[in-house]
Structures are given as C-alpha cells and as structure tokens.
Design a protein around this ligand. Structure first.
Ligand code: PGA
Length: 257
C-alpha cells in the first residue's frame, strides 16, 4: 500500500519571514496524519526559518527544489545535497519542467543529480511531462519513456525504493488548465509499466507516482479517485495555507483516516 503524498512546491515565492509566518499557521491547521505524507519545498533561503517554524514534533517534511550534483566546490550560486540535509530536508524535487526549460537541465544532468540525492539519502521527487506540442503530436508515451530512461538508467532497486515520480504535463503547469484524470491516468500507467519492465513489478507497485499541474482544492479529489495517482505536486495552490490544507484534508479523506 502506497502512502499518499501531497507536496507543495513554493517555487521562487516567500521571503524567510513570510515563510515562517506561513509555516506557523500551517502547523496549527494541519495535525499529523499517518495516512497522508505532507512535504513542503520552500526556496533555499527559507529552509531554515521553515524548519524552525515546523519544530521538532511536526510530521511535515522538508524538500529542496533542486541541488547541485557535486558535494562542494567552485559552483557559484549552487546548493549541495549535504547543505540540504543539514537543514533538515528529506526530499528534493529534481527535473522540474521549469528547470528543464528555463535553466537547460537535460536528462543527463538530472541523472547526475539523482545519483547525488540517492548517495546522500535524500528522496528525489523526479518530474517528467510532455509539452502541448508533444501531446498533440501523439508523442507523450514515447517522451515520458525517454525522460525516465535518461534520468533513471542504471539505478538499482535500492535507489528506486527512495524515488517518487511526479507526472507533470508542461501545458498544465501554472496555466489553470489541469489535465483531466482521463488524460493523466494512462500516463501514470505508462510510468508504472516502464518501472515494471526495467526493474520489477514490486518496484512498479511500490513507487509513488504523483500528478502535478494546476492542482486545486476543486480538482484534487478527481485525481485521487484513481488508484494510479498517489498524491499531488502542488504549485500555485500551495502558497495559501487555506488551499494547501484543504488539498491535504481531501487526500486524507481518500484514505478514510
Ligand atoms: P502549479 O505548479 O500547481 O502552479 O501548476 C505545479 C508544479 O509546477 O509543480
């Protein structure tokens, strides 16, 4: 049984003080639930204030939004896995489409970052997804397999046990035009089949696959109604406590706890 995961990707939003105020409110509103895992990914500059605001008791997990593949060195402006670990991160988002499109990240680069995350015991949330042109050209399945192969080739079952995948169609991110569950579910099945063929049916059954792209309190239940969809990677709707908590509550209802 896969535990549902609701992850909030703050992107480049909130100063450290805004993040602390948000997190204090979130902790008050969101009691721990064993059935749904909640993770938030603030900007690097807010990780410390969010960690302090979460306190030692909170079950809400912290994620980085990116990392550099090297552990340290002359990489001006970059942040390493040990730095994220030291600030309490358990997760890291890798291969987000904004990183791919705006910062030139290729599957090869993402593969290196995944290897670093695994080596340091940071659980990666690997994003994959097609553009509108690729979907319209009927290339979605092929593109997703290509991204998965490029990012994950050579990793072992032990690595895969740490992995979460987020299917995020590029055309749905930040557009208010979420995919329909009818569009998303077959892609989730494609991803699971890929995992089964490349590794094993146990890996395919155990790996969480999230949906991301314009997830809101209004549409999240339609995604979670499918057993194929193990949670959501939420951007815009995670920036207000109210909508993020509502999404987490709806995920909790799904599991009946
Ligand atoms: P969105 O972003 O919910 O604002 O579409 C999702 C994401 O980029 O992960």
């Amino acid at each position: 049984m896969r535990t549902s995961l609701i992850a909030g990707n703050w992107k480049m939003n909130k100063t450290a003080s805004e993040a602390a105020a948000f997190t204090h409110e979130l902790v008050q509103r969101k009691p721990a639930s064993p059935s749904v895992e909640i993770v938030i990914a603030p900007p690097f500059t807010a990780l410390d204030s969010v960690r302090r605001a979460l306190g030692t008791e909170s079950s809400i997990g912290l994620a980085g939004q990116n990392l550099h593949w090297a552990d340290s060195g002359a990489y001006t402006g970059e942040v390493s896995a040990p730095m994220l670990k030291d600030l309490g991160c358990r997760y890291v988002i890798l291969g987000h489409s904004e990183r791919r499109a705006l910062f030139g990240e290729t599957d090869e680069i993402i593969h290196k970052k995944l290897a670093t995350a695994f080596r340091h015991g940071l659980k990666p949330i690997l994003c994959v997804g097609e553009s509108l042109a690729q979907r319209e050209a009927g290339q979605t399945t092929q593109l997703i397999a290509q991204q998965l192969r490029g990012c994950l080739a050579g990793f072992t079952p032990t690595h895969l046990a740490m992995l979460t995948i987020a299917y995020e169609p590029v055309w749905a991110i930040g557009t208010g035009k979420a995919a329909s569950p009818e569009q998303a579910v077959p892609v989730h099945q494609t991803i699971r089949l890929f995992l089964q063929n490349e590794w094993s049916s146990a890996i395919a059954q155990e790996t969480r696959i999230l949906y991301g792209g314009s997830v809101t309190p209004q549409n999240v239940s339609s995604f979670l109604a499918s057993e194929e969809i193990d949670g959501a990677l939420v951007g815009g709707a995670c920036l207000q406590v109210e909508s993020f908590v509502t999404i987490a509550d709806l995920a909790q209802k799904r599991t009946g706890h």
